[in-house]
Design a binder for this molecule. Structure first.
Ligand code: NAG
Ligand code: NAG
Ligand code: NAG
Ligand code: NAG
Length: 223
């Protein structure tokens, strides 16, 4: 390939990157208690009741995960521990949190965004992710607003959270590793109480939670 062809390809890619949209997530804590929000990419920060963290991710990052942490304490250098959702003891997370934690997932692919609340790693805080009004006609939020810590079956209960059956029992039946997995009392528990989530059971069906790329989102703890 000639160097001018190479340069024009390079320039074209540069143009694509500069034209692609950065996605902004406004992360709001409506819980009556403090939540330490975490995001990959993004890091993390403490959110007292009614505080918002406006997080814009790099357009090169085609996926993101946002989750709540509870009962944390950090020193002034940002090292410490959280009861749920802890990420190796860092305030600004560099890795995913330890379950159980409710998760907002985001991915963009071929100019389309996909998002949802997932309880595949269990639950710690009620949560919602939805498109900002105007930029996604017909778009609806994904949410799990029930208090699954309170309702949690005792086999799955841990301090501050409700674990997933896969994390507790670690068997094929509960982890759904094979394509066809049958609903069980635990998957029914999560589905019944939080129907507007990614349940981990119908992963062959297209997600109903999609928007055009360029949409911004609001993530709410305790919607
Ligand atoms: C949070 O905001 C709501 C709605 O605006 C308000 O009713 C409530 O008093 C606020 N809570 C705190 C702790 O600021
Ligand atoms: C986000 O993008 C940066 C720059 O391309 C990359 O280094 C990083 O690994 C990405 N992070 C994630 C979580 O995708
Ligand atoms: C977490 O902190 C809250 C106060 O913010 C407290 O009420 C609760 O008991 C704590 N949970 C645990 C399991 O320690
Ligand atoms: C998304 O948020 C960014 C930063 O706040 C803003 O510049 C952009 O216009 C927003 N996009 C839409 C579609 O509202």
């Amino acid at each position: 390939m000639g160097s001018s062809t190479f340069l024009s390809i390079l320039f074209f890619h540069f143009l694509l990157l500069t034209l692609s949209h950065a996605t902004t997530f406004d992360i709001v804590n409506r819980c009556p208690y403090t939540v330490w929000a975490a995001a990959i990419p993004g890091g993390g920060r403490q959110l007292d009741t009614n505080q918002t963290w406006s997080l814009t991710i790099n357009p090169r990052n085609t996926s993101a995960r946002i989750w709540p942490r509870t009962n944390c304490s950090f020193d002034s250098s940002g090292h410490g521990h959280c009861l749920t959702g802890d990420c190796s003891g860092l305030l600004a997370c560099q890795a995913y949190g330890s379950p159980p934690d409710t998760i907002a997932e985001y991915a963009t692919f071929q100019n389309k965004d996909f998002f949802d609340i997932s309880v595949v790693d269990g639950f710690n805080v009620p949560m919602e992710i939805g498109p900002d009004t105007g930029s996604c006609p017909g778009g609806r939020p994904s949410r799990c607003s029930a208090d699954l810590v309170e309702l949690c079956p005792k086999e799955l209960k841990v301090p501050g959270g409700c674990n997933s059956p896969c994390n507790v029992f670690k068997t094929n039946e509960y982890c759904c590793d094979n394509e066809r997995c049958t609903p069980n009392e635990y998957s029914n528990f999560f589905r019944r109480n939080c129907p507007d989530t990614y349940s981990g059971l119908n992963n062959n069906q297209p997600s109903p939670f999609t928007c055009p790329h360029g949409t911004n989102y609001t993530v709410v703890f305790c919607p």
